[in-house]
Design a protein. Structure first.
Ligand SMILES: Nc1ncnc2c1ncn2[C@@H]1O[C@H](COP(=O)(O)OP(=O)(O)OP(=O)(O)O)[C@@H](O)[C@H]1O
Ligand SMILES: [Mg+2]
Length: 241
């Protein structure tokens, strides 16, 4: 049984020395400067489209042994898939904890994983109903509710299919996981709702590399709040001819 005080499966991610230069993915500033300190139950990765969030999560998943297209270490629904970055990652793991017990949730390919699960998995571990017979967001919630317990969870845009109400449900699931003390989450997101999770660290990926920021400093918070407070101000700027 894993105790609450020792649930940081991964305490840091950085790069080995002598990585190749000037080509993908090492040409991405967040990757050439990769150095994540993971001290919290929840760590968020934020940044513009193309800033490198998915590239980092895929490489981490690959290195840890999760199916790189999403799922656990037991799911094998795609051909062998490797990311070059995985070989260059230095992981600071807790040797007492099984880092590979967990899940790589990729919104982008969850449909494919759902088909694989419906064909090869046991529905009782997924809420009792075939995933492809559920709506997009319902199937996401089935995965979160039934699979998210113990281990390291890498989530890439879990909000993608979720209504605002279901994003609140995900916050409650994350809090339940934190209280159980058997998990750690690293989440790439664009959701200002999810980013509000209390006590999380938020890392911003941009042209300067990776910087820890406060929730209120994120564009997600500032633009959403600014827009909702005064949409006309934005329309004037956006729609000027
Ligand atoms: N195989 C590849 N070869 C060259 N460049 C690539 C390759 N795959 C991705 N890229 C580029 O790497 C950059 C980072 O992509 P990534 O998918 O990690 O971004 P992201 O931060 O997850 O963005 P988003 O918020 O849109 O999901 C992008 O500019 C993308 O075009
Ligand atoms: Mg992405």
């Amino acid at each position: 049984m894993i105790k609450r005080s020792s649930t940081l499966f991964l305490r840091g991610v950085s790069l080995k020395p002598d990585v190749p230069k000037n080509r993908f993915p090492f040409s991405i500033p967040a990757i050439s400067n990769l150095n994540l300190k993971l001290n919290k139950h929840v760590t968020f990765l934020v940044g513009e489209n193309g800033s490198g969030k998915s590239t980092i999560l895929e490489a981490l998943a690959d290195r840890i042994g999760f199916n790189a297209m999403g799922g656990t270490k037991h799911h094998r629904f795609t051909e062998e898939y490797e990311t070059e970055l995985a070989n260059y990652l230095l992981l600071q793991k807790d040797p007492r904890l099984p880092v590979s017990q967990g899940f790589f949730f990729r919104a982008e390919s969850f449909f494919n994983l759902s088909g694989y699960i419906d064909e090869h998995g046991n529905p009782k571990y997924w809420g009792g109903k075939e995933l492809l017979k559920q709506s997009h967001g319902e199937s996401f919630l089935s995965a979160f509710n039934n699979q998210f317990r113990e281990g390291l969870f890498l989530l890439d845009e879990p909000e993608a299919a979720l209504s605002p109400q279901r994003q609140l449900s995900l916050l409650a699931i994350m809090n339940g996981m934190e209280k159980e003390g058997k998990s750690q989450l690293i989440i790439a997101t664009h959701s200002p709702i999810l980013l509000a999770y209390p006590g999380a660290d938020i890392f911003l990926l941009d042209e300067n590399g990776i910087t820890k920021v406060k929730y209120e400093e994120t564009e997600h918070y500032q633009i959403t709040k600014g827009f909702l407070d005064n949409p006309d101000k934005y329309f004037k700027l956006l729609f000027k001819s």
